[in-house]
Design a protein around this ligand. Structure first.
Ligand code: XMP
Length: 510
């Protein structure tokens, strides 16, 4: 199997580089620059190495450097942004810094004929983000691209198969970025492009089968896509040595708890403990109306329940988590304001003692996780499930939570989702659900006055959930949902549709 090493120098697009390589059906492994030596790279049989961008300046003592031996291994190297400057520095070229040479954003680049630029027109748009620039390429390198401000936007030493680009071919703003990466991967490195997610799943299963042999492993299963895929993968590797704990906090959607239990216990034959903690969560949440307080209570209660179960099981070696790459980025944004304290299983390791945390999906994006899930034979409905927040329906019942309100919301939400699916629109919205507001309004039914709750329907379309647009669901679908809900669900007297995007609103109401 061909593999490419992405040597990480701390840039913001590093995972994207790996993803772009995987999109070409070539396996990409990411390693921090200080965790692998040139000798280890040579021994590991990589087809090529990509040096990522990074926030530093090569002349800064504290900035990450790499032994120049990398350039003489005979392994093709592509340096990107900081990685390009580092290659120039390693090879004895000159990197300079000048305020007036910085470039940010879309920039016109002129490329010369070169294997890296096969099928790339002489002028195209690239994405730049730099202040330092390569003033003089090292001996053996020739300049192969320029911009108005950058005398060396790309350089190459074709004999040694060394290439460097100042811009970012991995971002979509670079018009021919994918083509350039393809040129490097196929024409320069000679990759075959025959890797797929099945190989990833198989290799991961094999790896954990060996490294975790005879060891007890615990997994907090929520029934969401990520933890389900992680659990099934580990189960394939170690079978009954994996115990999954599914905390049913009573805040799940209609029938969801039973579906999770059935799928994993019956279909996958997993060692699953379902903790029915509904009453416990309701008691802890009684009288609480403030959204952040609700979230905190649920998060803490979840950890407590999990901890109690873990103690009953006794000493286990490792904890499996369904962390995926976007979670890694989000948790890294330490200085961003907390809009909502997100709850997922990320808090557990602090309170339970494990030798190891296993995160098999840490490098993958959501769609890649879904592809792995399909490969592992997880039911389609589960793999394509829309995201569901950890605190569940508690943040979709506005104000105080009661058993009765949860039951009302569960029914109404199920009707709405069913109507969206019946209309074949489940893929046109990224998320669609109902919210039970705490506003009651007057209505008329038969000849009698009613005083029921207002239910809000919400559907959003988004790529990354950081921003989202409200989905323009057809009126007919909304009409059918509203008609059925007011008829079939007791206590709902009015249905409204949320037409706010994010920002200024958020996806969830609380
Ligand atoms: P917001 O409401 O912040 O939601 O715009 C963005 C996305 O995150 C989901 N969400 C959560 N997911 N734990 C989760 O695992 C949480 O506490 C949580 N809160 C919101 C939300 O459903 C949407 O997909």
């Amino acid at each position: 199997m061909d593999k490419i090493l992405v040597l990480d120098f701390g840039g913001q697009y590093n995972m994207l580089i790996a993803r772009r390589v995987r999109e070409q059906h070539i396996f990409a492994e990411i390693k921090p620059y200080d965790k692998i030596t040139p000798e280890e790279i040579a021994a590991a049989g990589y087809r090529g190495v990509i040096l990522t961008g990074g926030p530093n300046s090569v002349y800064d003592e504290a900035s990450p450097h790499y032994p120049a031996a990398l350039l003489s291994l005979g392994v093709p190297v592509l340096g990107i942004c900081y990685g390009a400057q580092l290659m120039a520095y390693m090879g004895g070229g000159v990197v300079a810094s000048a305020e007036n040479s910085s470039e940010y954003g879309k920039t016109l680049v002129r490329t010369q004929q070169n294997v890296l630029f096969t099928d790339v027109p002489p002028e195209s748009v690239c994405w730049m983000s730099h202040t330092d620039y390569i003033k003089t390429p090292p001996a053996g390198f020739g300049v192969i691209a320029q911009t108005d401000k950058c005398p060396c936007a790309a350089m190459a030493d074709e004999g040694r198969k060394l290439y460097a680009v100042q811009f970012h071919p991995e971002v979509t703003h670079t018009q021919y970025g994918t083509q350039m990466l393809r040129n490097f991967l196929f024409a320069v490195c000679g990759c075959a492009g025959d890797w797929n997610m099945r190989d990833f799943a198989a290799a991961s299963v094999e790896k954990y089968r060996e490294t975790l042999k005879g060891k007890k492993v615990l997994c907090a299963l929520s029934g969401g896509v990520d933890s389900s895929v992680a659990a099934v993968l580990l189960h394939k590797a170690i079978g009954d040595d994996l115990t999954c704990v599914f905390v049913d906090h009573g805040l799940l959607r209609k029938d969801e708890g039973d579906i999770v239990e059935h799928t994993f216990r019956r279909q996958f034959n997993m060692n699953l403990i379902r903790v029915n903690a509904q009453e416990r969560f309701l008691t802890a949440l009684a009288g609480v109306t403030e959204p952040e307080k609700k979230r905190k209570i649920i998060g803490e209660e979840f950890i407590r329940v999990f901890e109690e179960e873990a103690k009953k099981i006794g000493r286990v070696h490792a904890l499996v988590q369904g962390t995926i790459y976007p979670d890694v980025i989000e948790s890294g944004k330490g200085d961003a304001a907390t809009i909502k304290s997100h709850h997922n299983v990320g808090g557990i390791p602090d309170v339970v003692d494990f030798d190891e945390i296993i995160e098999p999906l840490r490098d993958l994006f959501k769609d890649e996780v879904r592809a792995v899930g399909e490969e592992l034979g997880i039911p389609h409905d589960l793999v394509w499930r829309q995201p569901f927040p950890g605190p569940g329906l508690a943040i979709r019942v506005i104000g105080e939570l009661t058993k009765e309100k949860l039951a009302i919301l569960r029914e109404a939400d199920a009707v709405f989702r069913e109507e969206v699916v019946n209309a074949g629109l489940e893929k046109s919205a990224s998320q669609y659900f109902a919210v039970l507001t705490d506003t009651r309004t007057v209505g008329v039914m038969g000849d009698a006055r009613t005083y029921g709750y207002t239910l809000a329907l919400r559907a959003v379309s988004t790529d990354d959930f950081m921003t989202a647009d409200w989905t323009r669901l057809p009126y007919e679908v909304l009409e059918r949902a509203s008609g059925r809900i007011t008829n079939e669900v007791r206590s709902i007297g009015r249905v409204v549709y949320d037409i706010t995007s994010k920002p200024p609103a958020t996806v969830e109401w609380e």
